[in-house]
Structure formats: C-alpha cells, structure tokens
Design a protein around this ligand. Structure first.
Ligand SMILES: [Zn+2]
Length: 348
C-alpha cells in the first residue's frame, strides 16, 4: 500500500478518536493526587514533592527492567487507594486525563482485593470506581468499563472470589475479567475455576500472557483458559503456528510498547514486534498499561510507534479501528460506535 505522507504530530495524534483497553487504575494516578491523598490520609510516601516522587516511581520502571521491579511501585499507589472517595477521585481523574488525550473508550482494570486493607468490601471498591468513571462519562461523554483482575501470585480461591465479583457486576459497570501479575511459576491454568465461572456467565475474558514468559503462556491463556483477548502477547512471535491461529481468529493483542520495554518483555524499542505483527495482519491495539508508572499517555504511545516503527496515518486509523472492534462492548453498540469512528477518521 502507498505510504500516507501526512505529518504525524502530537496535535494530530491527540485529535484522533482512540481507545485504551489496557490501563491499570492503580498505576495511572496523577502524581499530585498521590501526594494529596497521602497527606489527607496520613500515609507515608518515600518523598513529599512531585519531582522526587516521580523520580522514585519512574526509576522503578526504567532502570531495572524487570516486571518484579516495575510492580514494586504499586505499593505506593495502593497505599492511598484504600478508601472509597480516593478510588472515586482517581477513577474520575483517569477518565478525564484520557478524554483530554483523545480517548473515547476506556477500559480500566484493577484488582479489588488490593484495595480492602482499611475495611472496604470488594463490592464497595467497584461501586466507588464506577462512580468516578460515571461522573467522567456524564461530564465528557467518554465511554468506560471496568475489568476486574485476578492476580497470578495470589491464590486461586481469591481469583474465584474476584470472578464472582466481576459476574455480579456484569452489565453494571464491569465488562470483563483478567488475570495479571508474574507469569513465571504462576501458570494461568491454576486459576481455571475463575475462568470457568467467567465464561459460564458469558462474561468477557482477557489474560496477561506472553509479557515476560514464552508463547506457551499465551497458548495456555487461549486454549485452556478461553481468553478472548491477550494482554501484551509480546512473545507470540516465538511460535509461528500459534501466531497464525491468533491472526486467523482475530484475537486482539493489547500491546503497551513503553511498558514492554520497561518490564524487559522486549530488550529495546527497536526490537518490539508490533510492526511485524501489524504487517502480518494481527489485530494489534495500542494501549498505555500505566500512565504514572510508565510515564506515558496514549498519545505518547502512538508517537513512539510512529518514531520507531514508521507507522503512518493510515496504519494508525486501522489500528484505532482494531481498538474499537476489540472493546468489550455489546455488538450492537460496538457496531454503531465503529461506524461513527470510521466516519470521523475519514476527515483526517
Ligand atoms: Zn497490564
């Protein structure tokens, strides 16, 4: 196909209607809000000003290049996310920030079991987060949904409880279930009961896989666990047959380029496989993972993709449509939204 020579600028990318399907609530706070909430709640953080705290948080992701180091930073953010008003606030602000960056459809994920240290019930964590997202929907018109995360390194029983929670809130704010966390030594199939419950209740399922472990993890997520989408899937290229299956079945990959470099999922921006996957026809989508921890935005991710992989405007339009097509939305609603977005993109 002929290359589209339209100049890719920050303004252009921001103006494009976009999705973010892979965004963790507890990794995407404003740093100022983290500090304010800590002051309000009497919580100690390792620094008491924006600059130092930013340095500490970003060092956890950038210098060490392992998922374990990357995940440590969440201890700080989670320390202030144990109260309903804090969850409501960060959910609202996240949707607001994403809307201002051109995101029309946002799926926010978190694991409620990590927000109950001060006595909130699991259901209350969902209610509070949903209230914040709904406030942003009413103010801006952004579409949102919640994905409940089980955690690989926390027991299977907890995953089942979280799947029950997700099912209980199906059609009431929750759009899917996910499994997140360390892949090595924590196989997804240990959490089968949670996936059975999710699927038996016709709820959407995505699983973090092939992020820091090989393609067998992706194979397991799809064939044993029934995942409809794959979080990252970076290492799909190591199994060509599986890659073809993912392509043939249009299984979306929720790719997060900056995060993939930071966690060591790939060695460098230059070696990220997204261009290769896109050229092969895979349904790749661009996502942020964590605005704060990865120090990114959806616009930055697109600009990074342009810089390193030379995607042009037509490629971006196609990937944006992949994003909307991959959303956990009812078909009728999705079809209408995709049509609107196609018409809007035609103006660029
Ligand atoms: Zn993730």
């Amino acid at each position: 196909m002929k290359k589209n020579n339209t100049e890719i600028t920050e303004e252009l990318v921001r103006a494009l209607p976009k999705t973010d399907l892979h965004c963790h609530l507890d990794g995407s706070l404003r740093v100022e809000t983290l500090l304010e909430l800590a002051h309000e709640q009497g919580v100690d953080l390792p620094a008491d000003n924006v600059e130092e705290l930013n340095n500490i948080i970003h060092a956890g992701s950038e210098r060490n290049k392992s998922l374990a180091e990357y995940l440590k930073v969440f201890d700080y953010t989670l320390s202030v996310l144990q109260e309903a008003p804090a969850l409501e606030r960060v959910a609202f602000e996240l949707a607001e920030d994403q809307w201002n960056d051109g995101v029309r459809l946002l799926e926010v994920r978190f694991s409620p079991v990590l927000n109950i240290e001060k006595g909130l019930t699991l259901a209350e964590t969902i209610e509070a987060t949903k209230a914040g997202l709904k406030r942003a929907e009413a103010k801006y018109g952004i579409k949102t949904g919640i994905i409940v995360c089980g955690i690989r390194s926390i027991g299977a029983q907890t995953s089942l409880t979280l799947a029950e929670l997700a099912v209980a809130f199906k059609n009431r704010g929750v759009v899917g279930y996910d499994l997140a966390g360390q892949e090595e030594n924590f196989p997804a199939k240990d959490h089968m009961e949670a996936f059975y419950l999710t699927l038996n209740n016709n709820l959407n399922l995505t699983i973090h896989a092939g992020e820091t472990y090989g393609p067998e993890s992706i194979h397991q997520a799809i064939h044993y666990c029934g995942a409809h989408r794959i979080g990252h899937g970076t290492r799909t290229r190591e199994d060509g047959d599986l890659l073809n299956y993912i392509n043939d079945h249009r299984i979306p990959l929720e790719m997060c380029i900056t995060s993939n470099v930071q966690t060591g999922s790939v060695n460098s921006f230059e070696t990220h496989p997204i261009r290769n996957y896109y050229d092969l026809g895979l349904r790749v989508t661009i996502n942020t993972d964590n605005l704060l921890v990865s120090d990114t935005t959806i616009t930055k991710e697109f600009l990074t993709a342009h810089k390193y992989y030379d995607f042009d405007l037509d490629d971006f339009k196609e990937m944006i449509i992949f994003g909307f097509k991959s959303a956990f939305l009812p078909y009728k609603e999705k079809r209408k939204l995709v049509k609107e977005v196609v018409e809007e993109l035609a103006k660029f």
